[in-house]
Ligand binder design. Structure first.
Ligand code: CP
Ligand code: NVA
Length: 312
């Protein structure tokens, strides 16, 4: 069973194929074309955490391709609490054709995938956020035509979003930089893995502490919240550590003149990003949010139409 859990599981060619497909499906929607590729397919969306983009973009991805989606709140499912994850996976597999799950512990989405007999998509875990990275890559791809040779600089917490961004960037030949405070590094194993992807693709990974060094002549500047969902108890301390890592005009001025600024959202304006930058000429925040839907349409079509060559 093919799942979508981690970009490390996909080759560069497979990722490029998904980006091309996402781009085509976006264009078709903009042209008013309707292809019910996912007719009679239903997605179950299991959430342990809140969401705006993931929930709505997956729902609309299914609807615009002729399928349907069910939202299952944390209260309804009680993943691993009311019922074991293995049982939830097997029950849902009898009703729907694909499952998307947003979980706290990454092991929970792995456990769902282990027991499900339908594809499982990771809609964010504490460890990674691969759907977000596909939307990020699609946005960069639309802007620059390629990721190869670009400098993609992430400034802030070495979190789930950073890990997936590093993977997609290094799979596609970009020079990935991260500047984060000491103690907020990405997992060592993922850094090592991405360095290997970079060796194959011609990209690189650079670890920095100075946000100015990361921003210097960058093509893409990316940031995310200082406190991710589930870390609320650390918020006060993080607010003391992270202010030097704010993406503001001074930081953006160091990047290339045509650089773009990305943020997965939700943004904490005045903390990791200023209004001036979020609403400024370099910002692509809302195209990026829209691209969640198009990137995920490609993922859904790929998982649900295996062997049906005319769908893609
Ligand atoms: N970027 C993102 O995943 O947003 P939501 O938490 O609103 O789904
Ligand atoms: N790093 C953030 C991303 C939210 C989409 C979090 O996990 O809360």
């Amino acid at each position: 069973m093919k799942h979508f859990l981690d970009l490390a599981d996909f080759t560069s060619d497979e990722i490029r194929h998904l980006l091309d497909l996402g781009s085509t499906l976006k264009q078709e929607l903009k042209n008013g074309e309707f292809r019910p590729i996912l007719k009679n397919k239903v997605l179950a969306m299991v959430f342990q955490k809140p969401s705006l983009r993931t929930r709505v973009s997956f729902d609309m991805a299914m609807r615009t391709l002729g399928g349907d989606a069910l939202y299952l709140s944390p209260q309804e499912i009680g993943l691993g609490k009311r019922e074991s994850i293995a049982d939830v996976a097997r029950v849902l597999s009898g009703y729907v054709q694909v499952i998307m799950a947003r979980v706290f512990a990454h092991e929970h989405v792995l456990e769902l995938a282990k027991w499900a007999s339908v594809p499982v998509i990771n809609g964010l875990s504490d460890y990674n956020h691969p759907c977000q990275a596909m939307a990020d890559a699609l946005t960069i791809y639309e802007e620059f035509g390629n990721l190869k040779g670009l400098t993609i600089s992430y400034i802030g917490d070495g979190n789930n979003v950073a890990v997936s961004l590093m993977k997609v960037a290094t799979k596609l030949g970009a020079d990935f930089r991260i500047a984060n405070p000491e103690g907020y590094d990405m997992p060592e194993a993922d850094i090592e893995q991405s360095k290997k992807f970079a060796e194959l693709s011609g990209g690189s990974v650079t670890l920095l502490r100075e946000p100015q060094a990361a921003a210097d002549q960058a093509d893409v500047i990316y940031t995310d919240t200082w406190t991710s969902m589930g870390q609320e108890e650390e918020a006060e301390n993080r607010r003391k550590v992270f202010p030097p890592y704010q993406v503001n005009q001074e930081i953006v001025k160091l990047a290339k003149p045509k650089a773009i600024v990305l943020h997965c959202l939700p943004a904490h304006r005045g903390e990791e990003i200023t209004d001036e930058v979020a609403d400024g000429p370099h910002s692509r925040l809302f195209v990026q949010a829209e691209n969640r839907m198009h990137a995920q349409k490609a993922i859904l079509v790929d998982l649900l139409t295996e062997g049906e060559s005319d769908a893609k």
